[in-house]
Structure formats: structure tokens, C-alpha cells
Design a binder for this molecule. Structure first.
Ligand SMILES: [Cu+2]
Length: 799
């Protein structure tokens, strides 16, 4: 028996030496490079830290969400649809464009209007066109989603994080508009309405906008329904979800003015632009403001709000271009020398592939789009003399001698409709018998009760690597240490001395107690113009987990008490279940004003929390420090066994906490990025090999995945786009993970002498040599040589 106990003892001692299964870890180097770059551009006193954090993290995610690291590649259906639609756009630009003027594009110039300026008939037509595309299953899963799916994978960093952002999205929007027009003869003239989110930014409470109700874009909190969405909107990433107002500001007047008063493209994008006039940076805020699928690049286009938001960004870019032209700048050739802020410069080079058809980045700057194909109606305005915005969804707010349009709330729209009915009733009774009796009106329609900010449920979409299911997630407890924010002046509960109340400080204010105050001095970090919760006693701290080795975001909020000098709160946040493979996730916390809370992690076997990166690693080893579901996580930190009458708080399992201390010193880890290798001269890169679509010739029908080399019998990997590499996918994936090695790697495509695959930031890109060139595997370059490929575009004007 003794041997049994000694074995037991050994086992127990072993268990305590097993590494903790939720442990703090460093963020990847590449993310520290982004923080380094951001630190040079801005500061926490200047820009809301939540926006800085999201910017650096998103660019990192795009760079590493790759075909080698499990990022999704576009399906054959999507590629065929994209080829068909991009050929159409390419043709219409060429037909009338600066490249070769042949004939004017058919049909009248399209007019895009602010969504609230559409007539009821136009709104209905647009909504029906979108729903028709969603119901059209000629491409799997449907035409709408097939196109939306293209906003992912390898297009991520060539279309985002740099100056190609504008041209790429301009073409993508046209493709979407054309796709809607293809849904039937009645939709032949439909255009995308733009969403001018300044109309929300100007509201006292932007979340109460009528735009996110069943009148227009559908509801904005939780599972979205109504309006354009009809009875619901299921997507490949679960039901469409939104949580408007939980992060990110809508576009402000100030931001738009900062962009449109510029004249050179280098001032609004790329390494040399100031953050205040960086249009892509401002555009990010709306993605976070809508939240849900909109917050993630891979899924954002699944939300119809995406298209209207991007159409507005395109409108702002156009306003900038007009200003440039007025100042004598050639907007077709003016392109920055350093077109990206955080790497990937070669993918944004003027002669790099735009990402569609055979167009290059510089083709995206063509004037033809807006001189021949479409134009914008100006945004709604009003004046003191004429305080009418021309839409029931808008109201004119007059302040002294200033007036501007602001979005109405649903209640205001309903009231307007009641008033209209009353007026019509009065009018119709007037000719016969003027009456003093009040006209009968319809009973007041019920307006759904709005949640107050804190009652709003936060709805996650549980989408992980493209699959939406709560069972893929596990929960970890997170502690929030929150101090009274600088703007919370008074709770209004005052001390009384000698029968007289003192109004200098309320009883909870740290300012009232020197011994507390010396530790709790706040800085003035930048915050959003409008915080979701104003100056209330209760507030929320949003905690987000971002997958570093998986695709997925989870968000939750902790409720905090703003009255008290310093308090503590707990939330449970989900990350990928590490059962099959360890989980790497980055946890971040921000308050409702866009200020960040600093991560602190518990030192092993102690109760001391020290600053850390916020990144955690989870393994399935014991002792587990996560709950396989929410209930489990609660039981992990609440001990009901030790004392059945009073549950005990077990801090042992709370590995990560957030310190919301309102300071302005930079805390994100930064490292100087290595110098990027420049592209060899004369070597034009076509990142995306053209996959022949249904219009040109038969698609080779290949899916990314393992294949067998028919010649050598060696297993290889099909990267898609007609490129087969003679190494197994698993080997490519392994090699790509080595950042040092990655930048030196190139692979020959076995089945095509003019294509090769290049590793960049852990991703494999299928690239294509120029016409008349073939890929030479020995020199790793495109060299002149016979390679019959007649589809590459000719040299186009360079900046
Ligand atoms: Cu985009």
C-alpha cells in the first residue's frame, strides 16, 4: 500500500509542476513593430487609445491571416464570380478610360445618394435588389455572400493598410453595384446608397439613430433584423449580429474636413500621412462602431451596412480628389512613395496588382470611374432660412447662425408620420366644413422600447475559423480594476460637517482624501467625442479576445462603478478551446470612451499582478484555468466547497486583469521593425494570378489543398489561382511560420512557368511575371523568356 501512496505523492507533486494552462505570453514581434510605427505617428493624448490598439492589431491580423496559417482562400465559385464582375468593371474603365478610349460606357451616369435621401420607392428597390442577390443561389452559397467572401484571405493586406485601399474598394463597390443590377431587369438602374455617418456623429445619442431600425439598415443591437435585412440575415458566419456604439466613433465632421482639405494622396494614406487626415484610419472606427461581423475584415462585407459605409468613404475620397484637381494635382498619377504605414509596401506599389482582373494599383486612380460611370449627390444640408433636410429620416438642427442635418430617431420619424396624417386629415376636411374639433388620427404606433445603455445585451457571433458555434469556445475570468474617470465630477452625495454640508467633494471622490488622491491621479487620455454612456454612475469596460492563432473575436463587458475612487469587477471572456491545439489569444480592454485599460498578469504562485502584454496561451493540460463553458468558469473562481454557507473568491485562477487608470504613457510593447527588402527593379508583381472565369476560358477548377504531383508522385500543395507547389501543404505551413525564413522563400508553380509563390509575412502569395517573362527558380526572378501568357496588362502610367 505504501508504494501506492508514494506514487500518489509523486503524481500530486508532478501536477503542481505542470505549467499553468492559462499563462501570459509575449505578443508576436510583428505586432510590436506595428506599435512602434503607431507610436511615431500618434500618442494616447492625441488619439483614443482604443483606435490605436485596434489599428495595430488589425493590421497584424491581416498580415498573418494567411493561406498558410489557416486563413480562408476564396472558393472556386467566388473566384469565378469575382472574375466575371471584375472583367466587367475593367472593360467599362478601358472602354472609356484613359488607357484606351473606344466608346462611352452604356447607360446614363449612376447617381449615388445618401441612404436617407432615397425616396421610399428607391429604398424599396435597393432593399429588394440586395435580398434578391442574397436569395440567388447560382453561386454557392449565394451571389451576395460569394462576393462578400472575397473581402478576406489574401486580399486583406493588398486592399487594406495602405493607399490601394481606395482604388480596390472603388472597384469592389462597382462590382457589387453591377451584381445587384444583374438580379433582374427591374434592378437595372439600382445604385448603392451611401451612409454619411456624420449624421449619427452629430446626434446626442448616436445609437438611437433611425438608420439602425427596421426602417432602414435593420436593428443595431443583438441579432439584426428588419429593413434591408427582412426577417433576418443568416450568414456563413452565423446570424448577422450588431452591437452599435460599443466601440469606435462614427465619422466626425472634423475628420472629414481634415481629409478633404488635403491635396496630395500622401497626406491621406501611407507612411507619411498624419493620423488626423488618414482616411482609412478614420474608416476603421465605423467598423468597430457597428461591431458584430462588421468588426472583422473577413466577415464585414456580410453586413449590408458595409457597402453603404464604404460608398461614403469612396465619396470622401472623391471629395479629396476634386480638391486635389482644383489645386492642379493630377489625381491619376499622384501616388505616395511610401504607400503603407505598417509594411506590405510592395503590395501597394503603383504597378502592383490592384487585386482585380489585370488592373494595377494605379488603374484604381483612373478619373473614368467618376467622370463616366457614377457620381455622388452631395450629402443632405439645411440652413437657418430653410431648416429642412429633405427627408423624414433627418432633422435640421439650428444653433445660432449654424444649421446642419442630423439623423432622426425612430420615435421622431413615427411622430412626423402622425403629424403628416393629422395634416392630411385636416386638409381633406377643410373644403367642406371647417371644424374646430381635433381630427381623428390613427392610434399611436408602438415604438419598440429601447434598451438603456447598460441593459443592452451584448451579442457575440461565436464565429471561429469561419464556423459559428459556442461549443468551440472556453471561458477565462478577467478582473477589471477601475478607478473614477477624470470627467466624473460629482456623485452628489456630500459630507456634512457641524450640521453643514460641504460641496467641494462628494464622499467617494478621491480628491477628498489626500492619502487616496496621491495614488489615483488621472491623466487626460484622448477619448471619443461621445461616450456611449455619458456621465453616469455606472459604466462598462469592454473586454475583447482576439485570436492570434485562429480567426475569431469575442467581446464582453464588465459593469463598473464610476462613483467610487477605485473598484473591482469580473467578467468572463471566451477564447478558442485548446483541446486540439494550444490557443494563443490577445486580450484587450477599453472603456466606453475609447480609452484603454492596461493588461496586468498574475505572477505564478502569488497574488501580485504585474504589467504584461495581454497575450495568453492556453493548453489543455491540468490544472485547467479556464471553464469549458460559462458555468464552469464561474465555478472555477467561486469556491462553494470550503464553506457551504458563503462562497469564497478563488483568485488563484484569475490570471489576467485590466488596470483602467486613465494614464497617457504608451504601454504597448514596441520593437523597431527590420528594414524591408525592396522589390528588385524591373520586376513587376502580380500578386493575384488571374483565374480564368466563365467569360474568358474554362477555369482549371482547383481548390487550395493537398494534391498529388502526377509527374513525380510527390504530394504537393495547391495554392489556388492555378499554382501547384511541389511541397506538401503542411511543410509550406511550417516553413511560412518561421518569420526569418519566410522573407527568403519563393516556390515555383509546377504547372505554370510564369507564376510563382512568394512568402511574405507568413503568407504565401501567388504572383505572376510580366508578359514575355517567365519565372526562373535558380535566380528567384522573372527573366525574359518564352511563356505564352497573353493576359497581363501593359505598363500603365506611373506616379
Ligand atoms: Cu475593406
Amino acid at each position: 500500500m505504501a508504494w501506492f501512496f508514494s506514487l500518489l505523492l509523486i503524481m500530486i507533486s508532478l501536477v503542481s509542476y505542470v505549467r499553468a494552462t492559462v499563462e501570459p505570453t509575449d505578443v508576436p514581434d510583428e505586432l510590436t513593430w506595428n506599435f512602434h510605427v503607431a507610436q511615431k505617428k500618434t500618442s494616447m493624448s492625441n488619439t483614443p487609445a482604443s483606435a490605436i490598439q485596434a489599428w495595430c492589431t488589425n493590421v497584424y491580423k491581416w498580415q498573418y491571416d494567411s493561406i498558410v496559417h489557416g486563413g480562408r482562400n476564396a472558393s472556386t465559385g467566388t473566384r469565378q464570380l469575382v472574375n466575371y464582375l471584375s472583367d466587367q468593371v475593367h472593360l467599362s474603365v478601358h472602354r472609356s478610360g484613359h488607357v484606351k478610349r473606344q466608346a462611352a460606357p452604356s447607360g446614363p451616369k449612376r447617381r449615388r445618394k445618401e441612404i436617407r435621401m432615397l425616396s421610399e420607392k428607391e429604398l424599396d428597390l435597393y432593399f429588394r435588389a440586395v435580398r434578391a442577390a442574397k436569395a440567388n443561389t447560382t453561386t454557392t452559397p449565394n451571389v451576395y455572400e460569394a462576393l462578400a467572401e472575397f473581402h478576406t484571405g489574401i486580399t486583406s493586406i493588398s486592399a487594406h493598410g495602405g493607399c490601394n485601399f481606395f482604388g480596390w474598394h472603388r472597384v469592389y463597390l462597382l462590382m457589387y453595384e453591377n451584381m445587384l443590377r444583374d438580379q433582374g431587369p427591374e434592378f437595372a438602374e439600382v445604385t448603392i446608397p451611401y451612409w454619411d455617418s456624420r449624421l449619427e456623429a452629430r446626434m446626442d445619442q448616436p445609437t438611437s439613430t433611425v438608420l439602425f431600425t427596421d426602417r432602414l439598415l435593420g436593428t443595431g443591437s443583438g441579432e439584426a433584423t428588419g429593413g434591408i435585412l427582412g426577417s433576418g440575415w443568416s450568414t456563413s458566419a452565423g446570424p448577422l449580429v450588431r452591437n452599435i456604439g460599443t466601440d469606435g466613433p462614427p465619422m466626425t465632421d472634423e475628420a472629414i474636413v481634415n481629409v478633404t482639405r488635403m491635396t496630395r494622396m500622401r497626406e491621406i494614406c501611407g507612411a507619411d500621412s498624419a493620423i488626423e487626415s488618414d482616411l482609412e484610419f478614420h474608416h476603421n472606427g465605423i467598423h468597430r462602431w457597428v461591431d458584430g461581423q462588421m468588426a472583422m475584415l473577413q466577415t464585414s462585407a456580410l453586413d449590408p451596412a458595409f457597402w453603404s459605409h464604404h460608398t461614403f468613404i469612396d465619396f470622401v475620397w472623391e471629395a479629396f480628389r476634386m480638391n486635389s484637381q482644383r489645386n492642379g494635382v493630377n489625381t491619376e498619377t499622384d501616388y505616395p512613395e511610401n504607400p503603407t504605414t505598417m509594411g506590405a509596401a510592395e503590395l501597394h506599389a503603383p504597378d502592383a496588382a490592384l487585386g482585380f482582373a489585370e488592373m494595377t494599383v494605379i488603374d484604381g486612380l483612373s478619373n473614368t470611374f467618376t467622370t463616366e460611370i457614377y457620381e455622388y449627390d452631395p450629402p443632405p444640408t439645411c440652413s437657418v432660412q430653410n431648416p429642412d433636410c429633405g427627408s423624414k429620416y433627418l432633422k435640421c438642427v439650428v444653433f445660432r447662425d449654424n444649421a446642419h442635418c442630423v439623423s432622426s430617431t425612430l420615435a421622431e420619424v413615427v411622430q412626423w408620420e402622425i403629424d403628416q396624417t393629422r395634416l392630411t386629415t385636416v386638409a381633406s376636411t377643410l373644403p367642406t366644413r371647417p371644424s374646430t374639433a381635433s381630427p381623428s388620427i390613427c392610434s399611436t404606433p408602438t415604438v419598440p422600447a429601447l434598451y438603456s445603455e447598460h441593459d443592452k445585451p451584448y451579442q457575440n457571433h461565436y464565429c471561429l475559423n469561419g464556423k459559428s458555434d459556442i461549443r468551440q469556445w472556453v471561458y477565462i475570468p478577467v478582473k477589471v480594476i477601475y478607478r473614477r474617470p477624470p470627467e466624473y465630477q460629482s456623485y452628489g452625495s456630500y459630507p456634512i460637517y457641524n450640521g453643514k454640508s460641504s460641496r467641494t467633494n462628494d464622499i467617494y471622490s478621491p480628491g477628498a482624501y489626500t492619502q487616496v488622491h496621491q495614488y489615483l491621479k488621472n491623466g487626460q487620455p484622448a477619448k471619443y467625442d461621445k461616450c456611449a454612456e455619458g456621465d453616469k454612475r455606472i459604466s462598462s469596460v469592454y473586454i475583447k479576445s482576439i485570436g492570434l492563432n485562429y480567426d475569431g473575436i469575442y467581446k464582453e463587458y464588465a459593469i463598473v462603478d464610476r462613483r467610487i475612487a477605485i473598484t473591482e469587477s469580473t467578467a468572463y471572456i471566451a477564447v478558442k478551446n485548446p483541446a486540439m491545439e494550444s490557443t494563443l489569444a490577445l486580450i484587450q480592454a477599453t472603456d466606453s470612451c475609447g480609452r484603454v485599460c492596461r493588461p496586468v498578469c498574475k505572477k505564478p504562485k502569488s497574488n501580485i499582478y504585474r504589467p504584461c502584454s495581454g497575450a495568453v496561451r492556453l493548453t489543455s493540460a491540468f490544472p485547467r484555468r479556464y471553464g469549458t463553458d460559462f458555468g464552469n468558469a464561474v465555478m472555477d473562481i467561486w469556491d462553494f466547497i470550503s464553506d457551504k454557507t458563503c462562497p469564497q473568491f478563488n483568485t488563484e485562477n484569475v490570471v489576467i486583469a485590466f488596470n483602467c487608470d486613465f494614464q497617457t504613457d504608451w504601454f504597448w510593447p514596441t520593437k523597431q521593425p527590420p528594414v524591408q527588402q525592396s522589390v528588385p527593379p524591373g520586376h513587376v508583381i502580380y500578386k493575384r494570378g488571374k483565374v480564368p472565369g466563365p467569360v474568358t476560358r474554362q477555369a482549371p477548377h482547383v481548390e487550395a489543398g493537398p494534391i498529388h504531383n502526377k509527374v513525380t508522385g510527390v504530394p504537393g500543395c495547391d495554392l489556388g489561382y492555378g499554382c501547384l507547389v511541389s511541397k506538401p501543404c503542411a511543410v509550406l505551413s511550417q516553413e511560412g511560420k518561421d518569420t526569418g525564413l519566410c522573407s527568403t522563400l519563393q516556390y515555383e508553380c509546377m504547372n505554370s512557368c510564369h507564376m510563382y509563390a512568394k512568402c511574405w509575412y507568413g503568407k504565401l502569395y501567388v504572383q505572376q511575371c510580366n508578359r514575355g517573362m517567365r519565372y526562373d527558380p535558380s535566380s528567384l526572378k522573372c527573366v525574359p523568356g518564352m511563356c505564352d501568357y497573353s493576359h497581363s496588362s501593359k505598363g500603365l502610367p506611373r506616379a
